[in-house]
Design a protein around this ligand. Structure first.
Ligand SMILES: [Zn+2]
Length: 294
């Protein structure tokens, strides 16, 4: 499947959350989630398998926090190549077995560092951090790079530049986390969809969009703001509703069916790739597939 050609003719479907699935399988934050690519590969493989069996066209590697800067918190900074490579090979092996025509995206999240005035990271340092992780994922054979849940446009630009330098002709996707405000949608750092699209496409992204923070109900308006600013392909991954704490566990408000019910409007507004973020499970992706493909 050629991603950038295919998404022009039909909406493609991403998978759902990895982190909440790992926690459900017993992961606790005494080690990095990415270390489970090596220590508990059967758990990660089973999550990938469930998303492919639910009908996802693209699965994301277990590498959201696999950058050197994030792994440092677990004293695993020297494992960037090992853990990202293992995550990519694991996802590709499941894909090859279950659904060989589907795609594996190398997932990359924020660095955990801030640029001035909030922190001391430089754009060049962050670009190098993202390039290192991208190189490890690309070398292992992923089909595309998917960077998700960014808030700061300068960091997101560094991420695209780093990925673009290593990805060759592979597609680079990037999405930010927006919330509605009285003046339109903004990230926590005040970035608008139009600013994100202009800066990140210029930096070399092929697909831009939004994930996390909000539910499917708030997404059509956000997609419309993106569409007013760009013709580029859009990726949209809402949460499974608003989080709330019940008996010490985070739960999300939408059922698989109510989550999926917003998707036709999101696609009609202009989204080309849709999937799920926090709280979504294979059941949510199966409902999404049913809502879009009948
Ligand atoms: Zn999320």
């Amino acid at each position: 499947m050629d991603l950038l050609t295919e998404l022009r003719s039909r909406p493609l479907i991403f998978d759902g959350a990895m982190g909440t699935q790992l926690i459900a399988a017993g992961y606790r934050p005494v080690e990095s989630p990415e270390s489970w690519n090596v220590s508990n590969p059967e758990v990660v493989a089973a999550i990938h398998r469930a998303y492919l069996e639910a009908g996802a066209d693209i699965i994301e590697t277990n590498s959201f926090g696999g950058s050197r800067s994030k792994l440092t918190a677990y004293h695993e900074a020297e494992r960037v190549v090992e853990l990202n490579g293992a995550g990519a090979r694991l996802a590709m092996a499941v894909r090859d077995e279950v659904a060989p025509d589907k795609l594996v995206a190398g997932d990359i999240g924020p660095s955990g560092r801030m640029m001035p005035p909030l922190g001391d990271a430089t754009a060049d340092e962050l670009r190098d951090v993202f390039a290192e992780q991208s190189e490890a994922l690309v070398a292992a054979g992923v089909d595309l790079i998917a960077m998700t849940t960014f808030f700061d446009l300068a960091e997101a630009k560094a991420a695209v530049l780093g990925a673009r330098a290593m990805a060759g002709s592979l597609p680079v996707l990037i999405s930010l986390a927006f919330k509605p405000s009285p003046r339109g949608y903004r990230t926590m750092m005040g970035v608008t969809p139009a600013q994100a699209a202009a800066t990140l496409l210029e930096a070399g992204a092929d697909v831009v969009g939004a994930n996390c923070e909000i539910t499917g109900e708030d997404m059509p308006g956000l997609v419309a703001e993106f569409r007013a600013a760009t013709e580029a392909p859009l990726v949209i991954q809402p949460n499974a509703g608003q989080p709330s704490l019940v008996d010490g566990h985070t739960t999300y408000g939408e059922t698989p069916e109510s989550f999926a019910s917003f998707m036709p409007a999101i696609v009609a507004a202009g989204a080309n790739i849709v999937g799920g973020c926090c709280g979504t499970t294979p059941a949510y992706i199966a409902a999404l597939v049913a809502a879009l493909r009948g």
